[in-house]
Write a protein that binds this ligand. Structure first.
Ligand SMILES: NC(=O)CC[C@H](N)C(=O)O
Length: 224
């Protein structure tokens, strides 16, 4: 049975929420400490949200030097599904697995609120169970969620169908309303919104289940 490795840094705080949401979908997971160096028993990897190393220097800037990162990079390069949620997205850009960077929100305020999103492509590990143009609402919770990149990179993201989700009402100043992107292969995704925080009726919103169910479906080898 496929199992997901959930990577934990000092300061990560969404690992149990992600594990619970996956368990509700029947997906097994285990927490993996950032000092570990073996992800061979997992068919997918999630870097959850939080404040790895207290967001010192820049979010993700220290985490990307962790021992586990070289293993995450080889997973990503061999097609294993790798999902970075919020702080996880920041780690993935710092590690160079996704282009661009997350800078401070344009309003210089921490934002914690539900946000309406539009699904742009289904060619990613987080949207295969949705349709282009679908609208979902997921919570955001960040100070540095303002996605930026140069115009050449933006054109490549558009041309290669790497923009996964856009905000309907851009809350943080992200270029081209970008809320989530993938690598060229679609097996590495970074998203600022938190699907695990919208994964049951008890939480008031289960739109995130479609995102996590897509991720679960991608664990089957060759699904993408
Ligand atoms: N929820 C989170 O993952 C927090 C994200 C991040 N460290 C920020 O505030 O920008």
């Amino acid at each position: 049975m496929s199992k997901v490795g959930i990577v934990v840094f000092p300061g990560t705080n969404c690992e149990h929420d992600v594990a619970r949401a996956l368990a509700n979908l029947g997906v097994q997971s285990e927490l993996v400490w950032h000092g570990d160096s073996d992800l061979s028993s997992y068919s997918g990897v999630i870097i959850p949200g939080g404040f790895a190393h207290g967001d010192y220097l820049r979010p993700g800037a220290i985490a990307r030097f962790s021992k586990i990162m070289s293993e995450i990079i080889s997973c990503a390069n061999s097609g294993v599904p790798v999902l970075g949620i919020c702080n996880g997205f920041q780690v993935l850009t710092e590690a160079g697995l996704l282009p661009g960077a997350l800078q401070k929100n344009s309003g210089l305020r921490f934002i914690c609120q539900p946000e309406a999103l539009e699904v742009v492509t289904t060619r990613s590990i987080t949207t295969s169970q949705l349709s282009p143009g679908d609208r979902i609402t997921l919570p955001i919770n960040h100070f540095e969620g303002n996605y930026t990149c140069d115009s050449q990179t933006l054109n490549l993201l558009i041309d290669n169908d790497q923009i996964v989700m856009r905000y309907i009402d851009n809350p943080n100043g992200s270029i081209d309303n970008i809320a989530a992107i993938s690598n060229k292969g679609g097996n590495v995704v970074g998203m600022m919104p938190h699907p695990e925080r919208a994964s049951s009726a008890l939480l008031g919103n289960s739109d995130g289940l479609k995102v996590l169910a897509s991720f679960a479906a991608s664990l089957v080898v060759g699904a993408l």
